[in-house]
Design a protein around this ligand. Sequence first.
Ligand SMILES: Cc1cc2nc3c(=O)[nH]c(=O)nc-3n(C[C@H](O)[C@H](O)[C@H](O)COP(=O)(O)OP(=O)(O)OC[C@H]3O[C@@H](n4cnc5c(N)ncnc54)[C@H](O)[C@@H]3O)c2cc1C
Ligand code: FES
Length: 348
Amino acid sequence: MGERHTVRLEPVGIEMEVDEDETILDAAFRQGLMLMHGCKEGQCAACRSFLLDGEVDLDRYSTFALPDYEEQEGYTLLCRAHALTDLEVELMNYDEEVLRSGVPLRTLRTEIAAIESLTHDIRRLVLRLSDGERMKFHAGQYVDIAIPGHEGQTRSFSMANTGSGEGEGASELEFMIKLYPGGHFSGLLDGEHLKVGDELEVTGPYGVFTLRDSSPRRLVFIGGGAGMAPVLSLLRSLAEQGSTRPATFYYGARGEQDLFHLAELARLVEELPEFLFVPALSEANGNGWRGEAGLITEVVDRLEGDLSDVDAYLCGPPPMVDAAIALLTARGTAESHIYFDKFTTSAD
Ligand SMILES: Cc1cc2nc3c(=O)[nH]c(=O)nc-3n(C[C@H](O)[C@H](O)[C@H](O)COP(=O)(O)OP(=O)(O)OC[C@H]3O[C@@H](n4cnc5c(N)ncnc54)[C@H](O)[C@@H]3O)c2cc1C
Ligand code: FES
């Protein structure tokens, strides 16, 4: 245990105790406060905040998330910052509805219930919680899975299911995982390594990619690749609630061989009264594809007009998310109505 300090979070006026040995974000999780975050490792900038008073020490981070000039101006990354003194921090990006909605973090043992191919490079992984345990989480959240044989190393994966099972939480967690050859975790799903019945440890739930129930605005979802996972979780949860909110899901893939869950998405179009699913191929190449073609942000640009009255949820590779944020803000979406999970990897 290191020295303890008090951190005051503005403008919400919350005070919390922080140990020098833990990051400010971890201290918040420990005390049930869901501050804005994404990667939790200094790559995505979702936790970027302003240091009004006091001194911090930062663990390693990417200068894409916090350029040097911003660090000198007083910005900091709460997932990397350790308090050296008492602090006053201004949250740049916060949501009072989410801040106090945190589900306590737990580390649980699970057993692999299924590994299936969704496409040539995306696997469906289902983990069953051991010992009859259940995990409560909000649709759109993620867990960290410990990499077997690599002590202390984890990878984040978003649940595609909803967690609302019988009100007590889910007994299974469903994921969509893109395979990276040589990837420390995804590489284990190549059919040779991890098998049904093997044990994996998960910690969570994390994440703020969750529905703001009080919002009346139209929903615009933009996703690519395995970024379908938390969007499908949100859509499944809208269907479970019998929601009538208008929603459009723009989904980007390379070719037709990269599309999946089309039957379920077609069912959701039937079930949700005002829901549109717009798949788009960036490499359609005139192979008989009659849907939208181009990068997913080009398609949104073409099909949408003014976007000042929407809640937007973006998920997938960081360049896709950054391009979508730029498009949405140019079309009038308030930054506070844009929610995103960047699927950052160690290669970022
Ligand atoms: C909040 C959050 C949620 C996420 N949810 C999901 C999810 O639901 N599904 C999902 O599939 N992923 C998700 N990710 C990404 C995931 O956590 C891993 O980073 C990803 O699976 C790669 O991990 P790995 O261990 O397989 O590869 P690593 O061991 O981290 O990488 C090993 C090597 O693989 C290669 N590699 C890895 N990434 C790339 C890349 N982008 N481009 C080129 N080469 C690369 C590189 O050679 C790299 O050095 C999420 C990330 C975050 C932050
Ligand atoms: S940079 Fe802090 S959560 Fe991603």
